[in-house]
Design a protein around this ligand. Structure first.
Ligand SMILES: CC(C)(COP(=O)(O)OP(=O)(O)OC[C@H]1O[C@@H](n2cnc3c(N)ncnc32)[C@H](O)[C@@H]1OP(=O)(O)O)[C@@H](O)C(=O)NCCC(=O)NCCS
Length: 162
């Protein structure tokens, strides 16, 4: 294990740490707009109250020491979204290839399995990095596909019930 991966921690935020969510989310949309449905401009319009509302116990943030370097969220509602969906996974470029996304995913997937026994997600066909990560965690293509807002194909993957 490298020096970098030894300093990684993953946790949820307290309500008063809402600015960390904003910082990481805006960096993600600025750096990798192709990976997300939301736009940077739309999220820049959100105010403090909006970000405070978004702090929850299903959004996890990765830190290198005290520096926030990534995030992932789980979209789940027992009535309307009974299979938890992994969304908003992102790691800052300088922190990549050090196992940060894997730690974020293990946290989100562990929660999904406790909540519902399974998880799913959508990933662009051309996102080889994310697809490799998801496959290594046991996610399998379901055969469903759709187009992103900018017209690129993306595939549906599911982590089957154990
Ligand atoms: C995809 C992403 C989250 C990976 O983050 P990361 O912290 O670098 O990933 P990890 O170091 O935990 O790597 C985990 C696995 O992912 C795969 N992977 C990660 N980066 C890769 C790359 N550049 N090329 C190929 N495979 C890659 C590998 O299977 C890797 O396992 P290994 O290190 O044992 O080979 C990061 O590149 C990112 O934020 N990309 C932009 C946003 C994005 O695509 N989000 C996903 C939307 S569905």
């Amino acid at each position: 294990m490298s020096q970098v991966s030894r300093r990684v921690s993953v946790r949820t935020l307290d309500r008063d740490e809402w600015a960390i969510h904003r910082q990481v989310r805006l960096a993600a949309l600025d750096t990798n707009p192709e990976a997300f449905g939301a736009t940077l401009v739309s999220q820049q319009l959100l105010d403090e109250a909006d970000w405070r509302r978004r702090v929850d116990d299903r959004s996890w943030f990765a830190f290198l020491d005290t520096e926030p370097v990534g995030m992932v969220r789980l979209w789940y509602d027992p009535c309307t979204k009974p299979v938890p969906e992994v969304i908003a996974l992102w790691v800052a470029p300088p922190a990549r290839r050090a196992g940060v996304a894997r730690q974020l995913m293990l946290t989100a997937v562990g929660t999904a399995q406790r909540l519902a026994g399974c998880a799913d997600l959508w990933v662009s066909l051309d996102n080889t990095a994310a697809r490799g990560l998801y496959q290594s965690l046991g996610f399998q293509p379901t055969g469903s596909t759709q187009s992103t807002s900018d017209g690129r194909p993306e595939m549906h993957m599911r982590l089957p019930r154990r």
